[in-house]
Design a protein around this ligand. Structure first.
Ligand code: SAM
Length: 219
């Protein structure tokens, strides 16, 4: 059982939560805000609380809701305990890949995107495609951008080196924020980027398993 399913807390450090809320409050975007990977909705509540009920933009949550039993019910309970309206959130209960295909088809656009789903390189690289749907001037945040999550770190570093229409605006603990400064000539995440993530997947998985065994032996 995940701890957050009982505490309903955000799976972020206090510094990350503060940084996230500062960005959201300062930008005060009116367009949709998207969270990919919500756990118990702790961070979702923190983000929604940056607005009052009258001016809060639409929030969209993409999650396959299998992180722990009754995940969706628990997220809704969290909203209710925080005095936040359930109808202010559109839940897309599916994989990020399926939700992205649908969102692209229906031409969705977002002012703010928080990516915090699977940390494996194949998934993170695929999730970066969501940035195609980020409005120019919009902000994207990535959780667990750190050496100990190489799938996240390598994907984002490659992305930022290839797509120069994004700039880093800050980092708190492992929460990275970037801004889209212009639209992209080619869609974000190319077949070559996907191929890179496929090539890197196996070595990273082997390393992850080695690290796990080492940790178990040390315990
Ligand atoms: C680390 S937790 C998110 C933590 C949350 N953002 C917070 O700050 O409290 C990861 C979440 O991503 C979801 N998830 C993982 N892989 C996914 C995928 N491929 N598609 C959709 N959701 C996914 C899990 O169900 C889980 O709820």
């Amino acid at each position: 059982m995940r701890r957050c399913s009982e505490t309903l807390e955000a799976e972020m450090t206090p510094a990350e939560q503060k940084f996230l809320q500062n960005i959201i409050r300062k930008k005060n975007f009116s367009g949709p805000h998207l969270e990919i990977g919500t756990a118990a909705g702790g961070t979702l509540c923190k983000m929604m609380k940056c607005f009052d009920d009258q001016t809060r933009p639409k929030f969209v949550v993409v999650d396959r809701m299998t992180y722990f039993p009754n995940q969706l019910t628990i997220v809704k309970e969290n909203l209710s305990r925080n005095g936040l309206p359930e109808k202010g959130v559109e839940f897309r209960t599916t994989t990020s890949a399926e939700a992205f295909a649908q969102a692209e088809k229906q031409d969705d656009r977002f002012d703010f995107i928080l990516v915090d789903a699977s940390h494996k390189i194949l998934a993170v690289m695929a999730d970066l495609r969501w940035l195609r749907l980020l409005n120019v001037g919009g902000i994207a945040c990535f959780h667990d951008y750190a050496e100990r999550f190489p799938g996240v770190k390598l994907s984002i570093d490659r992305f930022l080196s290839r797509y120069r229409n994004y700039e880093k605006i800050g980092l708190a603990d492992t929460l990275l924020a970037i801004r889209k400064t212009a639209s992209c000539d080619t869609p974000e995440v190319s077949p070559l980027d996907r191929a890179y993530s496929m090539v890197m997947y196996l070595p990273l998985e082997v390393q992850r398993k080695i690290n796990k065994v080492k940790k178990q032996k040390a315990a």
